[in-house]
Design a protein around this ligand. Sequence first.
Ligand code: ZN
Length: 172
Amino acid sequence: MKRRTVIALSSLLALVVAGYLIPEATVIPVGGAAASDWNPKSFWFEPWGKSGVHKGIDIFARQGRPVVATTGGIVLYQGSLDLGGHVVAVLGPKWRIHYYAHLAEPSDAPLFVARGERIGSVGTSGNAAGKPPHLHYAVLSVVPLPWRFSTATQGWKRMFFLDPGAVILGGL
Ligand SMILES: [Zn+2]
């Protein structure tokens, strides 16, 4: 390999490792919510509408309750999607993207958010229309985790989607 390539690859590796060294402290992403406000079995539940399987958890709360960042990070995207409605995606420690959906109104979070910082409020936007208000919360690893591959429906996606409840409670 060329020396330049070696330098580029080792810098990339150092950057990836650095992401894993940032401590990942967490809070439940809905103000006032407890672990009993979501069903842990709803992660990878099927059948689940257009998505086939449910790649997150739904944290039920009253309309307008604050949605807060589970961990600190960089806001990669905030906008509106067909299924998600008003959404925010935050890149946090360990190269994980935290996805918050069905917010009551468009978010205008700053570029950097701290753990527990408000990024929106609970609502029913997107395909949650007509359902009880809840935060759809998903956690995606940017780095594929091959040992999580499973034979479940869409099991290859398990290399990317982590169980959000376990992430919140510090088990992942
Ligand atoms: Zn959901």
